[in-house]
Design a protein around this ligand. Sequence first.
Ligand code: SF4
Length: 359
Amino acid sequence: MAKFDEDRAKIAALRVRLLEWYAQHQRSLPWRQSSNSYAIWVSEIMLQQTRVAVVAVRYQEFMERFPTLISLALAPEQDVLALWSGLGYYRRARMLHKAAQFVASHLGGNLPARAEELRALPGIGAYTAAAVASIAHGEPVAVVDGNVERVLCRLAGWEAGSRKGGGATLRRKIEDLAGRLLDRARPGDFNQAIMELGATVCTPRNPQCAVCPLLADCKTRGEHKTPRRAPMISRAVGYALSVRTESEAGKRDGPGGREVLLEQRPAQQTVMPGMWELPTLVRSDVPEKDLRMTVRHAIMHVNYYVRVRTVFEDDIEGMTVEGGERRWVPLREAAGMALTGLARKVLTRAHLLPARADG
Ligand code: SF4
């Protein structure tokens, strides 16, 4: 078995094979057309915890609305959250916005070039800093995300560490190996190549070892041992869907239509503060005769089974739990608001909002 991590020539050959593979097989993704650090930063933040196919669509919408760091910094937070709606993990959007404002007001609008300086900004961790600095500015710093971690563990024949013990030691070993393998002449391409390999070939299940450019050096050649995942928990929630004909006041701003009752999550909430959702029912066990739909929505390790029923305007007070400020919102406005992903899902399934291109 090749000792790739001890042999310079083997490492050099591995880099060449990986970069050649990347040149031939990389997916065409919108952010890869740009070497602008702001554009790369936005894409990297969106890609954390969200599928590439979804990001590909939403990234373009975001960049059309906020083409520059300054345009993002000047936007109200609600506009930023509205464009983030459905991508989940809204803290990422708030931090991105905060960091843009900091760069605009303290750094003359220039995003720092070096990874170390980038890390000082809100919401930019080691991974994002390394990705932006290497891809946009060619700084030789290795990225280690979940994909890279998996590729390197398999390559070196390591088991993934459990969260309880040994995780920090393994993490250091992985970072060290990533740093030694990095092609210092082409760090941006190399980092993207190894992430792409993890995303498309060395996948968590059924890795495609037969077509892998690293097969000759790999000590695992298949799935490696990983700790057991925490089981999913199921939770029942009830939502009220209240729609009425638009009020006279609403009609003054446009053609008359329908409006839906939405509730804003209070600012002090730790999860999704300021986002708009449907009012919560006092009773989640909606009887079958009143059931409009059931929606499954996963957040972290919880599967929410949301039962939705129609509630008439006069019954709202008695049937729902008062959680935050409520507003009757014309449907033509609702689509552009900072809706939670779940609220958007329910309204789309009820055909009250148009379906988005990313589904
Ligand atoms: S040979 Fe298989 S396990 Fe090893 S890096 Fe390639 S795809 Fe992953």
